[in-house]
Design a protein around this ligand. Structure first.
Ligand code: PAF
Length: 281
């Protein structure tokens, strides 16, 4: 496994792989790797000849400076973990490599960036689009792998790929959960013992909401979720929305034959936990 910090070296390596007709699978990450990331690496390894994982904590997608400062940075243990799987190249650039000068590009994702995460984290998706478009141009993969935990991010990235006409297949991968149901996230490492203990309530309540879906209104379901989760003084709801799975437009009334997903963001102290669940009504 090669650990590469500079674009020149990365492109030289990838050029020879591409010359040899090998396909490239790409897993962009911000490090602090867990089983969720590894599931993406394994999927990429099953579908491509060469797997590239990038590790870069992207400052432009953080709208809260404390969140950026506290974000876990664990390059050594990340690379040690990746060595156990089929990862051929780790690309770990520094900030100057990705942003030699400030990136002032703006993107337009319409309603997709105005709801849920977009509404609560202004500028977040512009930052994601900036870094992912740069990484795509550097790596030029055949396929790129993203987890459905960041379901809205996936929709934004697919939209960006369509707009910018990148010749890359975006592969959505299912959410990986801890045994108690908590969605795996690099931020889980920041939870205190007490927060970690209560955090699975989020998913457990989402499952209860799913069971009630056919017999309650959207507003009743949202109220139920809020009340049940906020029974713990350690958890505070930022938003709970039901949205159309393809447009991500929040709904307040159920429509026949609509594919619906439940989206939530919950604060445990300063730590933001997001999750989503396809509603099988
Ligand atoms: O999902 C993430 O970890 C990040 O948003 C990504 C896609 C690596 C961009 O920094």
């Amino acid at each position: 496994m090669d650990i590469i910090h500079h674009i020149g070296e990365l492109q030289q390596k990838l050029h020879s792989h591409k010359e040899n007709g090998l396909s490239i699978g790409f897993v962009p990450t911000m490090g602090a790797l867990h089983a969720g990331h590894i599931s993406l690496v394994e999927r990429a390894a099953g579908e491509n000849d060469i797997v590239v994982v990038s590790i870069f904590v992207n400052p432009t997608q953080f709208n809260n400076p404390d969140d950026l400062r506290n974000y876990p940075r664990t390059l050594e243990s990340d690379t040690a973990l990746l060595r156990k799987f089929k990862c051929d190249i780790v690309f770990a650039p520094d900030e100057k490599t990705i942003y030699p000068e400030p990136d002032t590009r703006t993107f337009s994702f319409g309603r997709l960036e105005q709801v849920m995460e977009g509404r609560h984290r202004p500028g977040h998706f512009t930052g994601v689009a900036r870094v992912v478009s740069k990484l795509f141009s550097m790596v030029k993969p055949h396929r790129a792998y993203f987890g459905e935990k960041d379901f809205q991010q996936l929709a934004i990235i697919q939209n960006m790929v369509d707009q910018m006409k990148f010749d890359i297949i975006i592969v959505p991968c299912p959410i990986i959960r801890e045994e108690d149901g908590l969605a795996m996230s690099s931020r889980n490492a920041l939870l205190s013992q007490a927060q970690r203990k209560i955090a699975p309530t989020i998913y457990q309540t989402m499952k209860k909401v799913e069971k009630k879906y056919n017999t309650h209104t959207i507003n009743q379901l949202k109220d139920y979720f809020k009340e049940a989760v906020e029974l713990s003084p350690l958890l505070k709801i930022e938003y709970v929305e039901f949205a159309d799975e393809s447009t991500l437009e929040p709904i307040d009334q159920k429509l026949d034959k609509q594919q619906v997903r439940l989206f939530v963001a919950v604060l445990a102290g300063d730590i933001r936990l997001i999750d989503n669940l396809k509603i099988n009504s």
